[in-house]
Design a protein around this ligand. Sequence first.
Ligand SMILES: C[S@@+](CC[C@H](N)C(=O)[O-])C[C@H]1O[C@@H](n2cnc3c(N)ncnc32)[C@H](O)[C@@H]1O
Length: 300
Amino acid sequence: MRNKANQFGPIVKWVGGKRQLLPALLTHVPKRISTYIEPFAGGAALFFGICNREREKKCAFDRAILCDQNEELIACYRAVRDDVDALIEALSVYRYDRDLFYEVRAQSTQGWVDVARGARFLFLNRTCFNGLWRVNSKGRFNVPFGRYTNPRIVDEAGLRRASEVLTRVDLRCGDFVGTLEGATPNDFVYFDPPYIPVSKTSNFTAYAKEGFGESDQVRLLDAMRVLSKKKVPFMLSNADTADTRALYREFTIRSVEASRAVNSDPTKRGPVREVIVLPRATLLRKRASVKQQAFDWERT
Ligand SMILES: C[S@@+](CC[C@H](N)C(=O)[O-])C[C@H]1O[C@@H](n2cnc3c(N)ncnc32)[C@H](O)[C@@H]1O
């Protein structure tokens, strides 16, 4: 994970991370946000992108809610926010070593404090294969050791920068639905759910032992309908497939290019198309005020 000097950025490598889509996503983020809500936070690339924008005085938010179902990830963010010095110290015992990796991977974190959980999490994230987080049916992390030349396990400056901006964040572990209660038209919600599988052989949705199935995608659609009715602005990103387009056909859909690194076959990594889904009202407002850019197109 390398973030540009002095820039806020993700502290974890994350499957489906949105760094490459940032410029396209940022065009749809309101300039003034009361509560920024990211119910599927993962590496929270857009949240950190918005923090950079805020520093450039191009937008502002009062507070944020970052949520994910991954308990270890949220414990890690809490450790970064609440005790970054202790976290950095706890990380100093880790080194890039295969035996140590498998020993640490086998540990249960039950009863551990956030700092210890966060350090273990960052170590595994930096040294496992492709930075994947995948668990077995018992919820145990099962990604193999990754081959790297001298991976950076502690990014002290990056952790300290993240700690600074996480102070305004309510960190929640759980299902996305809970984050939407009480959302108002002054807030902004960014959904980046697990992908609807592109093909039957590429169904990487197992971030958590429960997975994210068809019924979850429908629950999410229902939640978007409720937000639309309440005039809460939102944005969703997902893979550009016929299924995604069919699922979100009642909303505005824009297609953008992104590169994706997660595929066991390296020849299948590379540029793919993603969709950005927006409420219809936003489109109408934008149409009235802004000329469509040539590469943007919509399906109605
Ligand atoms: C595509 S990733 C998000 C990537 C993120 N935008 C980034 O920049 O790294 C989807 C995330 O949703 C989380 N997740 C899966 N099911 C969930 C649920 N029911 N509620 C909340 N989060 C969930 C996964 O743990 C995963 O971190």
